[in-house]
Design a protein around this ligand. Structure first.
Ligand code: SAH
Length: 383
């Protein structure tokens, strides 16, 4: 017998649901109601969509997959950061994180999501790319991460921000990422304004130009990590065939189209890119761009020999940037004690079995959480 094809994923955008409803003889307005249940009312299963006729709920259950992932691990830090290791239908694993913050505008609930299984960019210090890329995530899998994390919030709270800074290179999977972000923005989807969505990229000029042409409304963050080509190629190998000049030019075109301040990320690696000379070289590269530099002290990855920058090196680096008039923000990774540097948990957990295989896996038991989470101090973000 030929293998039974998997059920279509209800989160996959397109007209599959509308066509199915028509074939079932249902009115087309049902689709809107079902989507509201998915994204706004956060039903945990078709069965919970209580204002749909029972027969329709049962038919949905056998016609569409609701959750395609299972939760392998769920960790929670004292600062409220929660991290999920998800197993996909084909057994691959990805990570996603919920961050709780208080900013000027009120409480922030940020989800950090992955775009690929693994990563092909090969940044030497990053856990996500150590084994290369396995595959792109589907649009439904990207959305399911947001949904899984949204389900961890109390009813009165909503996801307010999205950062595509998990595993993978988002601009290498734009075809699936952009439709997911459209649903994230849609008032009938998660309803998150585009200004609150950040895409972090290693800097792929052609893909940045595509984004510039299609939709420059997202907040773009470009990972630099070095301000000259020879050091950048050493740290970010993909730079060899691209070069900083092209990355900066594409970033400038994005900025011109969007009018929004660009962010450049710079991971400080002790003894490698954290000297005063490196800071001055970064100042020169940025020139008079109205940019924000996000300095990220390296978060150690098990098995890699890169070091965190010393406090003195960090302080000098920051001071040199600030004195030169550069806008700088230091990002202390939240929940670092729960292996929040993406890609780490996936590697550490190799061999684990899923905590549960049921569709209700979005609510792991307290026992699961307590047994996997070490005591940890609260991490902080310093402006
Ligand atoms: N591929 C995208 C998204 C990667 S993750 C990109 O390159 O931007 C988002 C940021 O976290 C990147 O700047 C990445 O370089 C950084 N990062 C990855 N591993 C890290 C680690 N161990 N410590 C500190 N920052 C890290």
């Amino acid at each position: 017998m030929p293998p039974v094809p998997p059920l279509p994923h209800i989160l996959e955008p397109g007209d599959a649901l509308d066509r199915w409803l028509a074939a079932e003889g249902q009115p087309t307005w049902r689709a809107k109601g079902i989507r509201q249940w998915l994204f706004r009312r956060r039903a945990a299963a078709f069965e919970g969509m209580t204002d749909l006729p029972k027969g329709l709920r049962e038919r949905l259950e056998t016609s569409f997959a609701f959750w395609t992932t299972t939760i392998v691990r769920h960790q929670r830090a004292d600062d409220g950061t929660e991290k999920l290791l998800l197993q996909l239908a084909d057994g691959e694993r990805i990570e996603c994180v919920l961050l709780r913050d208080h900013a000027e505008g009120g409480p922030r609930r940020t989800v950090c999501i992955s775009s690929q299984v693994g990563c092909a960019m090969g940044c030497v210090f990053c856990a996500s790319g150590l084994d290369g890329v396995v595959r792109n995530l589907t649009t439904g899998e990207i959305l399911e991460q947001i949904l899984r994390l949204a389900h961890m919030l109390p009813e009165e709270e909503r996801v307010s921000h999205i950062v595509v800074m998990g595993m993978g290179e988002p601009l290498a999977n734009l075809d699936r990422l952009l439709p997911a972000l459209r649903v994230a923005q849609d008032p009938d989807g998660f309803g998150i304004s585009q200004r609150r969505i950040t895409i972090s990229t290693v800097g792929l000029p052609k893909a940045i130009d595509r984004l510039t042409a299609e939709n420059p409304g997202y907040h773009l963050a470009v990972s630099l990590h070095a301000a000259d080509d020879s050091l950048r190629t050493q740290i970010v190998p993909v730079n060899k065939s691209i070069g900083l000049a092209d990355v900066m030019a594409a970033a400038d075109r994005y900025w011109e189209a969007s009018g929004r301040r660009l962010t450049f990320e710079y991971v400080l690696l002790g003894g490698l890119n954290d000297s005063p000379a490196h800071a001055r070289s970064l100042v020169r590269l940025l020139g008079d761009r109205a940019a924000l530099v996000n300095v990220i002290p390296y978060n150690t990855v098990a098995g890699l020999s890169y070091r965190e920058p010393s406090s003195a090196a960090q302080a000098t680096f920051l001071e040199l940037l600030r004195k030169a008039g550069v806008n700088v923000q230091v990002r202390r990774r939240k929940g670092s004690r729960i292996d929040a540097a993406c890609g780490q948990l996936r590697r550490l957990a190799l061999g684990d079995r899923p905590a549960t295989t049921s569709d209700q896996a979005s609510q792991p038991s307290t026992a699961t959480i307590a047994s996997t989470i070490p005591r940890m101090p609260t991490s902080q973000t310093i402006q």
